[in-house]
Design a protein around this ligand. Structure first.
Ligand code: S3P
Length: 173
């Protein structure tokens, strides 16, 4: 049966390092909802950090567990705020379950703003390893195309996480 719109999970998507976790925690707090970080859930399933999951089990296995974790939380809960990893939305099944059951917010950042953050996140993101800046920009653009399937979007270029979170909260009221 259909979940009322006010009870639907809020899902945050967007490229690595745009602040989905920080913003999601703030949105959850403002709405008195539980927050679920999908990367954190995956790390707990393996009892390993993401870089070690990629190294020991491979990306395909990471993606399988990522997909199952998202399907589990998106389809079988309500009133949650859920932050996805930046690559999750490349899977068709993930896009479908999110759009069918949740309100999907894109946290959008321009390439120029994003590339200044690269040094801060590089070491903890296995998909960025051994890539040139041009290759990373290409990945950024490919991902951007998939992210275009969303219900709402916030431009985080000029905004503090707190302001971005407030914008999301206001837009669902
Ligand atoms: C990934 C993004 C990461 C994490 C993993 C793969 C990606 O999440 O899921 O390193 O392919 O974009 P964040 O978006 O939280 O960095």
């Amino acid at each position: 049966q259909e979940v009322p719109i006010r009870e639907k999970n809020i899902v945050l998507i967007g490229f690595m390092g745009v602040g989905k976790t920080t913003i999601g925690q703030l949105v959850a707090k403002k709405l008195y909802r539980d927050f679920i970080d999908i990367d954190e859930e995956i790390n707990q399933s393996f009892d390993l950090p993401t870089t070690e999951i990629f190294r020991l089990h491979g990306e395909a296995e990471f993606r399988r567990v990522e997909r199952e974790t998202i399907v589990h939380h998106c389809a079988h809960s309500r009133l949650k705020v859920i932050a996805l990893g930046g690559g999750a939305y490349m899977q068709e099944e993930v896009r479908r379950v999110c759009l069918d059951h949740c309100i999907v917010f894109l946290i959008d950042l321009s390439w120029d703003s994003w590339k200044d953050r690269l040094p801060l996140i590089l070491d903890s993101r296995p998909v960025l390893q051994n890539k040139t800046l041009e290759e990373i920009e290409e990945l950024f653009l490919t991902r951007k195309a998939a992210y275009s399937l969303h219900n709402s979007r916030v431009d985080a270029d000029q905004l503090e996480p707190e302001k971005t979170a407030e914008e999301i909260v206001q837009s669902i009221k």
